[in-house]
Design a protein around this ligand. Structure first.
Ligand SMILES: Cc1cc2nc3c(=O)[nH]c(=O)nc-3n(C[C@H](O)[C@H](O)[C@H](O)COP(=O)(O)OP(=O)(O)OC[C@H]3O[C@@H](n4cnc5c(N)ncnc54)[C@H](O)[C@@H]3O)c2cc1C
Length: 436
């Protein structure tokens, strides 16, 4: 065999799994189709700005999933603490009431709404989240008559698990997020230098004991006697004892040309609905705001931050970098007129928030994305519903990434899946050695 492990995909998940296995001494080959690494968390340099692939924060900072991967590698991520989150409403910013204490202090909520909002948060946090997986937040709040409470829940579900529509937000997934948030001292962190710090740290670790090939798209996996015995790219073929797919599961059936996989898995993988929406990154030639925290609107739910106010190194001196995200339902993304309208709306919101912002724009990048996080955490797509890390009929094939059943949403799922899969692959390879 050419390698111990082949990893397909060089996003957060593939790089983490590759790094964790290389750290254990395995010979890793990582194949990435793009010219650069990072996938949906990649970054690029642009006229002195470090531009990430949209707004990227790390939930729970040093207590979160990326930090756990780095700790296992004997490394640390240097996190910067953003300011407190703020909600923009009626022309003003208010502290976001994202805890029971803040709810009672918030000028945004009338007394009855304070009681009901606090009650829903406590109700969500109490008990086992798994019991509420298949219940939507809309069902849980069906008797709620307070529009302010419902607005707050939309915002919290929007920023916490990227599910601002209560119909499509699993109460159990939200509860799991809130419980973790309650336990963590720091709620969110921004890695110094942005996602670059994470991507480059993982790249170094993979390359200590393995190889990374970019511009290497895997086109086909071949099976023999229930194991993947060949990984083909456009220009070469490779073999390894174990193969990890760290691409979105929606695309995995294509690697097998629609054959060889259990129908149940194919259906589940293909039907998994991601989060989607518009991202807007602005390079600003002058300072527009001093705000350092996550800024949120509630109608519609959108969110953004001045990344360069958290880490001044992200923009040239005297300039600013702003990243904004407007989550939209995936079906809307097919309707370009509708998305045009929402994009105009977002631009108006920013103009209202920061009058004159559009005159300060040096460059802008708008992306209309059909996949932001790998899954929308709605009932039917929860931790217990998403594809697992193995496919029963294939011995040496493992699935990793933010579309699997690992804990959390977005990047957290990607990192958590890598922690799990690297252990499973280690056990598999050790077992193989013993058999031989
Ligand atoms: C705009 C935006 C904002 C986000 N904000 C946050 C945030 O603030 N916090 C957070 O936790 N998460 C956030 N996320 C989500 C986070 O970026 C993703 O969850 C994470 O990057 C997914 O990593 P992954 O490795 O599972 O998948 P990917 O990043 O999709 O990696 C898959 C890799 O596989 C490669 N690939 C695909 N097919 C092949 C093939 N056939 N052969 C070889 N290579 C292949 C791709 O090019 C890609 O590099 C955001 C995402 C976006 C898009």
């Amino acid at each position: 065999m050419d390698h111990d492990v082949i990893v397909i995909g060089g996003g957060y998940a593939g790089l983490s799994a590759g790094a964790l296995l290389a750290h254990k001494g395995y010979r890793v080959l990582l194949l990435e189709k793009s010219r650069s690494l990072g996938g949906r968390a990649s970054y690029q340099e642009r006229d002195g700005y470090t531009v990430e692939y949209g707004l990227h924060d790390n939930r729970f900072a040093s207590e979160g999933a990326a930090a756990a991967v780095f700790r296992r590698l004997g490394r640390e991520i240097e996190f910067l603490e953003p300011g407190d989150p703020e909600l923009y409403r009626d022309g003003r910013f208010y502290p976001l009431p994202n805890s029971v204490g803040k709810i009672f202090r918030s000028p945004l909520l009338p007394p009855r709404a304070k009681l009901s909002a606090a009650r829903y948060l406590v109700m969500l946090v109490a008990g086992n989240p798994a019991r509420k997986y298949q219940v939507s937040l809309e069902e849980i709040t069906s008797r709620c008559r307070s529009p302010e409470t419902l607005e707050l829940l939309r915002v919290l579900s929007g920023i916490g698990i990227i599910a601002p529509d209560l119909r499509y937000s699993s109460a159990g997934e939200m509860a799991a997020f809130l419980r973790k948030a309650l336990r963590s001292k720091v709620k969110v962190g921004y890695p110094k230098g942005g996602t670059r710090q994470i991507i480059e740290g993982l790249r170094e670790e993979v390359e200590r004991n393995g190889q990374i090939m970019t511009s290497a798209r895997v086109t086909r996996l071949f099976l023999r006697k229930g194991t993947v015995n060949q990984v083909k790219t456009e220009s070469a073929a490779y073999t390894a004892h174990a193969v990890i797919s760290a691409i979105p599961v929606q695309e995995v059936p294509d690697l097998f040309a629609g054959k060889d996989l259990p129908i149940k898995f194919v259906k589940k993988a293909r039907e998994l609905v991601p989060t989607a929406g518009i991202t807007l990154d602005l390079g600003l030639k002058e300072k527009v705001s001093e705000k350092k925290g996550l800024l949120v609107t509630s109608d519609p739910v959108t969110m953004g931050q001045f990344t360069s106010n958290i880490d001044p190194g992200m923009a040239p001196e005297g300039k600013q970098l702003l990243s904004w995200y407007y989550p939209l339902p995936l079906p809307w993304m097919k309707n370009s007129e509708k998305v045009d309208r929402e994009e105009r709306h977002l631009r108006d919101i920013l103009q209202d928030m920061f009058p004159g912002i559009w005159e300060a724009v040096e460059w802008e990048r708008v992306m209309r994305l059909n996949m932001v996080d790998g899954f929308l955490p709605r009932p039917g797509q929860t931790k217990e519903d998403r594809p697992e890390f193995t496919i029963p009929s294939i011995d040496n094939f493992f699935l990793c990434g933010d579309t699997t059943g690992a804990e959390g949403t977005g990047g957290d799922t990607a990192f958590n899946s890598a922690l799990r899969v690297s252990e499973m692959v280690d056990a598999y390879l050790k077992g193989r050695k013993e058999e031989v």
